[in-house]
Design a protein around this ligand. Structure first.
Ligand code: PFF
Length: 455
């Protein structure tokens, strides 16, 4: 195991920002954000979401960065370094477990993006009628071989980057994939906005209708912000353990938050103008991306088949890229833990993580087909993993890290990390501490109670 002093770092500030932004930008932005926005009335939901990112997401991200960079350890090791002999290490263990579980089911949806990329490449969506898309998705996701195969392919791609290491694998791949992703997303948004009748989609996205602001929209926005910013499982604290001493934590958090939010809104600018342009309802829910959109693309560009082909291919490649930089970050949380805590060499640790996650991923993939009737608390295996992680473990993890940095950690340490030992001005320090101590834990407790159905 590397000692604290010669532990590997990201090679550059931009590399560190792109890696953390790569973790944040994922299926949460391009798949989950548009359907949550569609379900909660568009622009009003986006406004609440922006407040959640600014007033809770960013401070909690800075808290995770503080824990990671100060301890220079994986998320479980971090609490052992900063709060030795206390139960706080349980927060780290919960994060590792959450990373492991999310990776296993997230890879299933990530695998779908490969199937859809493949179909787009082979022009398999051309000439389908709207019912065919529903059938295609149902057949594909229930097919035990295809969905398991794509999930395993995705897991091995992730494994490959992880074994290359932090600098050569994670940082290098983020530096290539993130700019590609930005180019794709802007080109697609411009094409979508130029479609006839796209104004209605823009209006839906940009003109708030406050009559839609219900408590449930507020709570959905907070949950979405945590998932989208990768908060609550120590993912960003693991990445921050590779930040250099002079990285500016608040600026980095700001950059990641801005990139993540811009990508989510631009994804909306791709999806809603195209959907409205062909008269498709924006509130199709989770199936929006895999059933509604291929149809939308064919209809919207139907007159020019080559455009439909290029648009669809670029969109699913974009989705796969976004998912890839996120699965890498989840894998790293668990691999760094097995490597440093259990003292297993990094490559071997990565093999174990890949192997066990693939086994669990097979169960998740099969829960759309042969295991559809196997239920845990009335949920399929996939739904169960999604529910316990995003609705229980992430909010709980985010709340605990907020309390840890706000109440437990010595104020001097928190100040030193945020101000780089006094060399940076931090005029918002008091507000930051207030949010970590009171605002964030109370607000999260409310989501948590609501999501558990206790309120
Ligand atoms: N932020 C990712 C997304 O928006 O898809 C999902 C995610 C990645 C959640 C890493 C948690 C995590 F640790």
């Amino acid at each position: 195991m590397e000692s604290k002093q010669n532990r590997v770092n990201f090679g550059s500030k931009i590399g560190a920002i792109l890696a953390a932004a790569g973790s944040a930008v994922g299926l949460g932005n391009i798949w989950r954000f548009p359907y949550e926005t569609g379900n909660h009335g568009g622009a009003a939901f986006i406004l609440i979401y922006l407040c959640c990112v600014a007033f809770m997401g960013l401070p909690i991200m800075m808290a995770e960065f503080t824990v990671g960079r100060r301890s220079r350890a994986n998320t479980a090791g971090a609490y052992k370094v900063l709060a030795p002999g206390t139960p706080w290490r349980g927060v780290g263990y919960m994060g590792v477990l959450a990373g492991f579980l999310i990776l296993s089911y997230y890879s299933v949806v990530a695998g779908w993006t490969l199937e859809y990329t493949w179909q787009s490449l082979a022009n398999g969506f051309a000439g389908m009628s709207s019912g065919d898309y529903t059938q295609f998705f149902a057949d594909f996701s229930a097919n035990p071989w295809r969905s398991v195969l794509w999930m395993a392919v995705f897991m091995f791609m992730t494994h490959w980057v992880i074994i290359k290491g932090v600098k050569e694998g994670i940082e290098k791949s983020s530096k290539i994939m993130m700019p590609m992703l930005f180019i794709f997303i802007v080109v697609l948004a411009v094409c979508s906005i130029m479609l006839p009748n796209s104004e209605k989609g823009l209006e839906f996205l940009l003109k708030p209708d406050f009559s839609k602001v219900t408590p449930s929209a507020f709570l959905a926005a907070m949950g979405q912000a945590f998932f989208s910013l990768s908060l609550g499982l120590g993912c960003l604290s693991t990445y921050a353990s590779y930040f250099s001493k002079d990285a500016n934590l608040s600026k980095t958090a700001m950059s990641v938050g801005v990139i993540d939010t811009l990508v989510a809104i631009t994804a909306g600018l791709i999806i809603f103008p195209a959907a409205f342009s062909v008269g498709v309802s924006p509130d199709a829910g989770p199936s929006l991306l895999f059933i509604t959109l291929p149809n939308v693309f064919q209809m919207a560009f139907g007159g020019v088949p080559i455009l439909a082909y290029i648009f669809s291919l670029m969109f699913y490649v974009l989705l796969a890229l976004a998912a890839f930089t996120s699965t890498i970050s989840m894998h790293e949380v668990v691999t760094a833990f097995v490597n440093e805590d259990w003292k297993v060499p990094r490559k071997k640790a990565a093999c174990y993580v890949t192997l066990f996650c693939t086994v669990l991923g097979v169960l998740s993939a099969l829960s759309f087909g042969v295991l559809a009737d196997v239920k845990i608390f009335g949920l399929t295996f996939f739904e169960f993993l999604d529910t316990i992680t995003s609705k229980v473990m992430l909010p709980l993890g985010a709340m605990l890290v907020s309390i840890f940095v706000g109440w437990y950690l010595d104020r001097r340490i928190v100040w030193d990390e945020i101000s780089n030992e006094g060399s940076l001005k931090v005029p918002f320090f008091k507000v930051y501490i207030f949010i970590l101590r009171y605002f964030a834990p109370i607000a999260i407790a409310l989501i948590f109670i609501k999501e558990m159905g206790l309120w």
